[in-house]
Design a protein around this ligand. Structure first.
Ligand code: SAM
Length: 300
C-alpha cells in the first residue's frame, strides 16, 4: 500500500468514527511512524509502506478510531514551541492555554524591568508542567513552583522540565490546594488553569477528553467554579505587592469568576480572550489601598 492509499483509506475510517480533522490525524501518524516531517511524507505519496510500518500504523489507527487522543499515541505534544511528553496522568495542554503563557511573559518582562531581581511564579494545578516550563524556559531570572494533587502528574512535569533543561529553576510539589506552601511563601505571579468543567457536563464531552484526560483535571464541581472559590479565598496572601493572578476559565464563566474574585476583595484588571475570540482568562491583583478599585466592567 502506498502513502496516498493509506491516507485515503484511513481518512475515511476516521470520518466514520467521528474523529476531528481526520486527514491531518492520519498524516501525523505517518510522520511519527516514518520518523520524517509531515510535509516531506506528504510529498512522497507513491512510496510503498513496508509490512512493519503498516503493522505499527494499523494499531495506531485502531486506537485513534476508538477515540484515544493522538497525543497519547504519539507520546507528546507541542506547547509554546516546546516538546512535552504527555500520558493518561496529565491533561493534554490545549492551544488556548498558550495565550496564558504569553500573558505571563508580558507581565514578567514588565515586572522585571520595574522591579529587577529574581521573580517568583506559582503554577497551581501544573499537570504536565506546561505553563511552569514555558515561563522558566523564557526567563532565566524566574523561579517557578508547580503544584499538583496528582503524584503521577508531578512525575510527568519533572521529566518534562528535565527534557527542556529548566529543572533547576522549577520546584514541583505534590499537594492538595495551597496547603503545601508555607505561611511566608510569596510570589510575583500566580498562574492557574484549574479544573473548570461542571461535574454534570463531563459525561457529554468528546470521548478523547471524557475517557482519557484525568477526571481530576476536568471536574470543577457542581457549577465548575470550586477552584476559583478556593483561589479567590486563599491565594491573596501569596501575592507580593504589585503581583498578579492570572487564571483560565471555561466558556461563559467570565462574569461568575470575576464576581467571585471581586467578592473576595480582589481587583480585576482584565478579562482576556483566547485565539477564537472567547473570554478565557482573568487577570487580577490585590488592592494596595481601599481607593484601588476594580477596572473590570463586565465581559467584553
Ligand atoms: C485543567 S488541569 C491543568 C493542567 C496544566 N496546568 C495545563 O494547563 O494543561 C488542572 C490540574 O489541576 C490539578 N488539581 C486538581 N485538583 C487539585 C488540587 N486540589 N490541588 C492541586 N492540584 C489539583 C489536576 O491534577 C490537574 O493536573
Amino acid at each position: 500500500m502506498t502513502i496516498a492509499e493509506f491516507i485515503q483509506k484511513n481518512t475515511a475510517e476516521f470520518e466514520r468514527n467521528g474523529v476531528e480533522s481526520p486527514r491531518l490525524q492520519v498524516e501525523w501518524m505517518l510522520a511519527h511512524v516514518l520518523n520524517r516531517p509531515r510535509l516531506e511524507v506528504m510529498l512522497d505519496r507513491t512510496r510503498v509502506l513496508s509490512c512493519g510500518e503498516l503493522g505499527t500504523l494499523s494499531s495506531l489507527v485502531a486506537r485513534r478510531a476508538a477515540r484515544e487522543p493522538l497525543q497519547h499515541l504519539l507520546g507528546g505534544t507541542s506547547f509554546c514551541g516546546l516538546d512535552l511528553a504527555v500520558d493518561r496522568h496529565v491533561l493534554i495542554p490545549r492551544p488556548e492555554t498558550e495565550r496564558l503563557a504569553e500573558l505571563a511573559w508580558d507581565f514578567l518582562s514588565g515586572r522585571q524591568s520595574e522591579a529587577g531581581g529574581r521573580l517568583d511564579v506559582l503554577d497551581f494545578g501544573t499537570g504536565s508542567g506546561c505553563l511552569a516550563i514555558a515561563v522558566a524556559a523564557r526567563y532565566g531570572e524566574v523561579r517557578v513552583w508547580g503544584i499538583d494533587i496528582s503524584r503521577a502528574a508531578i512525575l510527568v512535569a519533572r521529566a518534562n522540565a528535565v527534557a527542556i533543561g529548566v529543572q533547576n529553576r522549577i520546584q514541583f510539589l505534590c499537594g492538595d490546594g495551597l496547603a503545601a506552601l508555607g505561611p511566608r511563601f510569596q510570589v510575583d505571579l500566580i498562574l492557574s488553569n484549574p479544573p473548570y468543567i461542571p461535574s454534570g457536563e463531563i459525561a457529554g464531552l468528546d470521548p478523547e477528553v471524557r475517557d482519557h484526560d484525568p477526571r481530576r483535571a476536568l471536574d470543577g464541581g457542581v457549577d465548575g467554579l470550586d477552584f476559583y472559590r478556593g483561589l479567590a479565598g486563599e491565594s491573596g496572601r501569596l501575592l507580593r505587592r504589585g503581583g498578579r493572578l492570572m487564571v483560565e476559565f471555561g466558556d461563559g464563566q467570565a462574569d461568575a469568576v470575576a464576581a467571585l474574585f471581586e467578592g473576595n476583595g480582589w481587583c480585576v484588571d482584565a478579562v482576556e480572550k483566547d485565539l477564537c475570540g472567547t473570554d478565557r482568562f482573568m487577570i487580577a491583583h490585590q488592592p494596595e489601598s481601599r481607593e484601588d478599585g476594580s477596572r473590570f466592567s463586565g465581559a467584553a
